[in-house]
Design a protein around this ligand. Sequence first.
Ligand SMILES: Cc1cc2nc3c(=O)[nH]c(=O)nc-3n(C[C@H](O)[C@H](O)[C@H](O)COP(=O)(O)OP(=O)(O)OC[C@H]3O[C@@H](n4cnc5c(N)ncnc54)[C@H](O)[C@@H]3O)c2cc1C
Length: 334
Amino acid sequence: MTEFAKDSILVLVDTTLDGRIEASTAELIGAASLVGTPVLVVPRGIAENAGNNAGDSADIVKELGDLGAATVLIGEASNINNPHDLVDVLSAAEKLVKPQAILTSHSAQGRDVAARFAARYRRGLLTDVVGVARDEEGIIAQHSAFGGAYQVTAAVTLNAPVITLRRGTVEHRPQPAQATQESLTLERTQRRSVTIESAETQTAVSERPDLRGAQKVVSGGRGMGSEEGFKLVEQLADALGAAVGASRAAVDAGFTQPSSQVGQTGVYVSPQLYVALGISGAIQHRAGMQTAKTIVAINQDADAPIFEIADFGVVGDVFTVVPALIDALDARKK
Ligand SMILES: Cc1cc2nc3c(=O)[nH]c(=O)nc-3n(C[C@H](O)[C@H](O)[C@H](O)COP(=O)(O)OP(=O)(O)OC[C@H]3O[C@@H](n4cnc5c(N)ncnc54)[C@H](O)[C@@H]3O)c2cc1C
């Protein structure tokens, strides 16, 4: 039987509804490798999707090894979208490995599994973490609190912490490794569980990058004035190859769809570039984008709070500045 490193960190592979590995898995492995040895947990259905034949998981083991996983543990999950099944797989992995931390994505699935696991086994849960590190007592997690106004360090003092990691916050990527594979033996808990009879993926038809995990985001606010005016946000996004975001005011006014909302009650983004057009910078909006590496704001009010966190700001009318910016970007491409 495999001997697991003392500093093993269990990482639950992050997947799409149809069982493909999310790009954020690379980041989870990166975070785990900063504090220990990444041991990946993969539900069987996902391994089968990745392999050529049912049960052939060599491809996924190689893929995860290339991302830096030391070991890949594969456990039977009757439904990869059922969080109860995933908690069973995770708990079998935890018993086997005795890790120093358990890491999931802060995605809908990752949050769901992490919370259920922590509640079932009475573990400390650290959510929406933007960085992990070690101090003399063990693993610590960093949070970006109150709209990014404060960086908070938190630790769990009993047992291995369960940590959900915000996407786009960890840049470190470890060297590729020759991952070994092991099967998990699961004890089915007889707990009450949901049965998922079918799951359907709704694919948004868009050429633009997905807002979650995008490297560049252009967002528009109430200052865009109307649905028609909001098209300028999309035009700048296309000129930059960026995803489109919005403030809640823009969504509530019907300028764009709710899935574009960035902020406390919307999507959290952490891109390399965030461009805010006609957005005042309310704390609830900042909560979702303050960790962007470079923030550019265009607003006609020089006192708008967004300028407090912007790296570059233009005080002006979006309907004058943005078309000029698009022209300049187009001219560069020629
Ligand atoms: C519990 C709770 C949760 C919330 N969650 C979120 C959330 O997830 N995301 C979110 O965004 N908000 C959220 N909000 C709402 C938030 O408080 C703000 O109301 C909202 O972010 C404001 O959106 P805005 O900046 O587009 O609009 P406004 O605050 O009205 O700002 C519009 C800006 O556009 C500028 N402007 C106007 N015309 C032009 C022009 N022609 N050119 C340039 N600039 C112009 C103005 O100067 C102004 O600064 C939440 C609120 C609550 C209470």
